[in-house]
Design a binder for this molecule. Structure first.
Ligand code: SF4
Ligand code: SF4
Length: 543
């Protein structure tokens, strides 16, 4: 087994040696072992690859001179593996570059021959190329979404493919477009080197990549990763060149944020109208939306005239499905109707996948946008601060989601942040939410991070600072985080605040003061997502 990561790797040569090339995965549970060998600031892709090499006991690896991080990986592996080789990969594909790469491939063949102590059969190699070329089709479907940027975990790519009705073309380092144009068998290896350099160029190549993607994509998903500047630069460049829906995501290769990433992608599909809800025949009756959030589960039931006839809000607790059943039952009882009276149910929120009795799942981004616009159609920006994340959603004049940003990597600026701080202050979250009047001393909490901010609060308590002043400082911290999200998509009123934190007067005042504008606060801000889901259930049957 020979591990590799780059699409420019001569995998057909490895096959011709009778060995099995294996693309090394980058997904892992943690970077504990990799960070013992590499600097923690090494990109998460390289750390993930190293974790997989260790985990799967891969003993032979071939790399390309992609970037400094890959070269550091090579430095670590050269002391540890039975066989490790790094190919010098040109950045161009002109005659000189082809010659350089051809010579590199010859050198690799010689090194591997010596290591394996076996010959290289050119006939095997020719047969492998012929077999692969016969599978060449590359039909361009009319509607496609392109994935660009850093490699995404395979399971995420699979889920994207399964969740969308259009074709997904993955242009990352995976090498899906492996096509060979070998013109002459006389100089087979040179033709092979030229074919490899002719693959759709990756961002490391010196070509203007935008011209390769200048087609009618319905949208582009661009993946950037932590500690990789290359993709961040290219993202900015690409975004300026394409006037089509563009979603930037930042992943690492652990499972920690897969759920949120998939939520963003699903919301992107919904916003770009890529996957439409099946239209059923118009029916009468009641329509339910269930928002299964990390902190609370909320249900809204509307009638066929879109009147809210009941709602419920309960803590989610450890079992999302049980809470969904319970909240649904309470809302049914409040409305005085039975489950059979409900025509359609739409589930949203993080726990939406765990609600089997829902007819449809829709992301909370679309649902919050829908619910907010229904309550007040002047709203163009929704600031939703929930228990575990916060998001800002931009709506157009018709209430469609046209952009959104999320803070989903840490609890800074969320309900969780306030909860931790209320415990540190020794008061309940409800008492804390009532503090919003004038302050004696204008304190500032400098750290956004919950852990460091907690230390600051402990130190302020030790300095005998007034509790109300500390709470005011915490509210300002949450407001700063929310307004920095607003600034990422640009300011545009009217603003509505949704989610449980909208009940906190102090946070609301702090955001209003930073924005210089009054926020619209719905009577029950926690049910806006569920309301949007109920409206989508209604439209799905009556739209
Ligand atoms: S960025 Fe290019 S050179 Fe680097 S691993 Fe990906 S395909 Fe290979
Ligand atoms: S993600 Fe960036 S830094 Fe990491 S290997 Fe790829 S190009 Fe290099």
């Amino acid at each position: 087994m020979v591990g590799y990561v780059c699409k420019y790797t001569p995998v057909e040569i490895i096959e011709a040696f009778g060995e099995k090339p294996v693309r090394i995965e980058s997904g892992c549970k943690s970077y504990e072992r990799a960070e013992a060998l590499l600097h923690t600031n090494t990109c998460s892709f390289v750390k993930g690859v190293l974790e997989n090499i260790i985990e799967n006991n891969i003993e032979e690896v071939i790399l390309t001179s992609c970037c400094d991080s890959i070269k550091r990986l090579y430095d670590v592996l050269k002391e540890r593996l039975k066989f490790i080789y790094i190919l010098d990969l040109p950045r161009k594909k002109d005659t000189f570059a082809v010659d350089v790469f051809y010579k590199e491939i010859i050198k690799f063949i010689d090194a591997y021959k010596a290591f394996k102590n076996k010959g290289f059969a050119i006939e095997n190699f020719l047969k492998i190329l012929e077999d692969k070329s016969s599978f060449r089709k590359m039909q361009e479907p009319s509607e496609s979404i392109a994935i660009l940027g850093a490699r995404l975990k395979d399971d995420v790519v699979e889920k994207i493919k399964n969740s969308c009705s259009v074709n997904i073309i993955n242009f990352t380092c995976t090498g899906e477009d492996r096509i060979f144009n070998i013109e002459s068998e006389d100089n087979l290896l040179k033709g092979y080197a030229a074919s490899l350099l002719n693959l759709t160029p990756c961002m490391r190549m010196a070509e203007d990549r935008s011209k390769f993607f200048n087609k009618d994509f319905k949208g582009i998903i661009y993946n950037t990763i932590k500690f990789c500047d290359y993709y961040s630069y290219e993202y900015a460049e690409m975004k300026s060149q394409f006037n089509i829906p563009f979603l930037k995501i930042e992943t690492d290769y652990t499972d920690s944020n897969s759920g949120q990433i998939l939520t963003r992608i699903a919301a992107f599909f919904e916003a770009t109208d890529i996957k439409k809800m099946e239209q059923k025949k118009a029916k009468k009756g009641y329509f339910a939306g269930i928002d299964s959030g990390s902190t609370s589960t909320n249900v809204v039931i509307i009638d066929e005239n879109k009147n809210i006839i009941s709602y419920s809000i309960i803590p989610t607790g450890p079992k999302a499905l049980e809470s969904a059943f319970k909240a649904f039952e309470i809302a049914l009882n409040n409305a005085g109707i039975k489950e059979k009276d409900i025509t359609s149910i739409v589930a949203t929120g993080y726990g939406r996948v765990s609600i089997p009795f829902a007819d449809k799942m829709v992301t909370e981004i679309t649902c919050h946008g829908k619910g907010a616009f229904f309550i007040d159609n002047r709203v163009r920006t929704v600031i939703d601060i929930g228990g575990q994340d916060s998001k800002v959603i931009r709506l157009d004049e018709s209430g469609n989601v046209i952009d959104f940003v999320m803070n989903d990597k840490c609890s800074a600026g969320t309900g969780r942040f306030l909860e931790v701080m209320s415990r540190t202050l020794g008061i309940s979250i409800n008492e804390m939410a009532k503090v919003h009047a004038e302050v004696k001393e204008n304190i500032t909490i400098t750290s956004m991070c919950t852990v460091f901010a907690e230390s600051e609060v402990i130190s302020l308590i030790a300095q005998n600072k007034d509790q109300r002043d500390i709470i005011h400082a915490l509210n300002k911290s949450v407001a700063s985080k929310a307004v920095s999200l607003v600034d990422r998509i640009g300011r545009k009123g009217k603003y509505m605040m949704t989610g449980g934190v909208a009940k906190n007067q102090g946070v609301v005042s702090a955001i209003e003061s930073k924005l210089g504008e009054k926020l619209v606060i719905p009577a029950e801000p926690q049910i806006i997502g569920a309301l949007g889901a109920a409206l989508i259930a209604f439209e799905g049957t009556n739209g």
